[in-house]
Design a protein around this ligand. Structure first.
Ligand code: COA
Length: 496
């Protein structure tokens, strides 16, 4: 048994075989592959064996990669990006610094920031095909499919993206220069599509991003949030606020959407397609999409006096309290205090939202009620952040899209770190719990009732033999096993 860094092992005895195993413990994890050394003989063939497998529905206790990007301590309520507490970054840096830190492991120099922004802003200038794609949607469409379509239109014209699927050599692995350019373009594309979607839905003109302008500033400019004093450039107040808020959303280690991104990336897809995969996950009701549902619930509740009735419904499992609960945090989400600082700075605008009173009433009750307390269900940072978005003048429909841009550094940072690792396709296993192979009771049943090709072929031959008998010994159907199966399938499909 190879020594581990920790020098520790699990001592395991399999009661089925009475065999003992030493499973190495590395830095408080064991490798699923090492558990695969625990085997039992196959019941049908003594030359085969069955490996022990881990079943973890919903990945409640399974890590799928090791990463040096972000550390979350859910018990103590701490987040560090590349080893720096987010509180320090929040108080001393802006979103672009953090984006660079996450993806390239260091804060940018002035020159690095300048060239990064030049590349992002160039990519954020959409070509006609992308503009036309977004404009083809009815204005009342949800932003979600529009975002996916707009990004797909970028995939279609991005040469590197297209080549990715047509060359035998991996495009980005151990080819960080190409990957870095693709990363910058991907950020620009996403920013551009969000602004296009926003403008199209409101029948507003899209403003071209300023070359070399800041990422947040250019997004605001393209969306039409201009400085109210000069009418030119991005609104500085909103830009300053988002530059802080987005630090808090820039990464959150292995979230569902980051995993969705990386799952696609493990097939060697291009990063824009991987962002599409991440966005698909992000918009689901149990993930980023929860924000919409939380908001809708607040609108339905309307007034704090109706909160107790709603909470009773949640406790009776007739409704879920969207915007509450988190897989990782068992204590207060450390981002909440920092969002409260931003809310304090924009206090008047935030307080004017009547839904905030409803949200506070829910929070008060949830913090005291044993149902929520015993399950550690607390408001999540996305929900609170929404009140800031509203106060800054963003309507509900575009908030999740904007959050996806604030989260894209995280997905890309995780992707980039996989590019120097050996290529590994993400392919989970399942525990098969269906029927054991059984011979067909009725050989005239459809193909799908049998799980064994052999049995199916026998059944097909039996049918053919019968038909040949009826035909005076002449075989009408095909002879090879594959053709026999297709023949049988076609017969049953025609009979259906
Ligand atoms: C985020 C979330 C998916 C995490 O789920 P999870 O870690 O798998 O936790 P579970 O769904 O197993 O929930 C554990 C218990 O808390 C309850 N619970 C979890 N979140 C709840 C919520 N938001 N409202 C009411 N009950 C909730 C579950 O019903 C379950 O109760 P039980 O023990 O009586 O069966 C879950 O909390 C949720 O659905 N939240 C609402 C959606 C949301 O806001 N998502 C955004 C996350 S960033």
């Amino acid at each position: 048994m190879a020594p581990t860094e920790s020098g520790h092992h699990l001592r395991v005895v399999d009661s089925r075989t009475e065999k003992g195993y030493l499973i190495p413990i590395h830095d408080n994890f064991v490798r699923a592959k090492d558990l695969g050394a625990i085997t039992i003989p196959d019941t049908e063939d003594q030359n085969l064996s069955q490996k022990l497998t881990i079943l973890d529905n919903g990945y409640e206790n399974t890590a799928c990669m090791s990463s040096s990007v972000t550390h979350i301590d859910g018990q103590r309520g701490r987040i560090e990006y590349r080893g720096t507490p987010i509180q320090d970054l929040f108080h001393n840096n802006d979103f672009e610094d953090v984006l660079h830190l996450l993806i390239w492991s260091k804060l940018p120099s002035a020159a690095e920031k300048k060239s990064m922004l030049a590349a992002i802003s160039a990519a954020a200038n959409p070509p006609k095909s992308v503009m036309d794609t977004v404009a083809a949607f009815p204005r009342e469409s949800e932003p979600y499919p529009m975002l996916l379509a707009g990004l797909s239109a970028f995939v279609a014209i991005d040469k590197t993206s297209s080549i990715t699927r047509h060359q035998h050599k991996p495009m980005f692995h151990n080819n960080l220069e190409v990957a870095d350019q693709a990363i910058l373009r991907t950020i620009g594309y996403l920013s551009s599509v969000i602004a296009l979607v926003y403008c199209h839905k409101r029948n507003k003109a899209f403003t071209k991003p300023a070359p070399g302008g800041s990422l947040v500033g250019n997004l605001l400019l393209s969306m039409g949030f201009v400085d109210p004093k000069t009418g030119k450039g991005a609104d500085p107040k909103i830009e300053a606020c988002l530059n802080k808020l987005w630090i808090l959303y820039a990464d959150h280690e292995m979230t569902n959407s980051t995993a969705g991104f990386l799952h696609a990336a493990s097939t060697l897809q291009d990063p824009v397609s991987c962002v599409i995969s991440g966005i698909v996950c992000g918009y689901g009701p149990l993930h980023g999409g929860a924000i919409d549902l939380a908001y809708e619930a607040l609108e339905k509740i309307k007034h704090p006096r109706f909160v107790p009735t709603y909470i009773d419904m949640v406790k009776a499992k007739k409704a879920r309290l969207f915007g509450y609960g988190h897989r990782i945090y068992k204590t207060r989400d450390p981002r909440l205090g920092l969002i409260e600082e931003l809310i304090e700075e924009n206090k008047e605008a935030v307080a004017s939202n009547p839904l905030l009173k409803v949200a506070f009433a829910i929070d008060k009750q949830a913090n005291e009620d044993p149902y929520f307390v015993s399950r550690n269900l607390k408001a999540n940072a996305d929900l609170l952040g929404c009140f800031l978005y509203s106060a800054l003048g963003f309507e509900k429909d575009i908030i999740i899209a904007m959050i996806s841009l604030s989260r894209v550094p995280g997905g890309l940072a995780h992707w980039r770190e996989t590019l120097s690792e050996p290529i590994k396709l993400w392919r989970p296993l399942q525990i098969y719990s269906g029927k054991k192979p059984t011979p067909l009771a009725d050989p005239r049943g459809t193909m799908t009732t049998s799980s064994s090709d052999e049995v199916t072929e026998k059944a097909a031959s039996a049918i053919q033999a019968k038909e040949a008998d009826a035909n005076g010994g002449r075989q009408k159907g095909p002879k090879t096993p594959l053709k026999l199966r297709m023949y049988l399938w076609a017969r049953s499909a025609l009979a259906a």
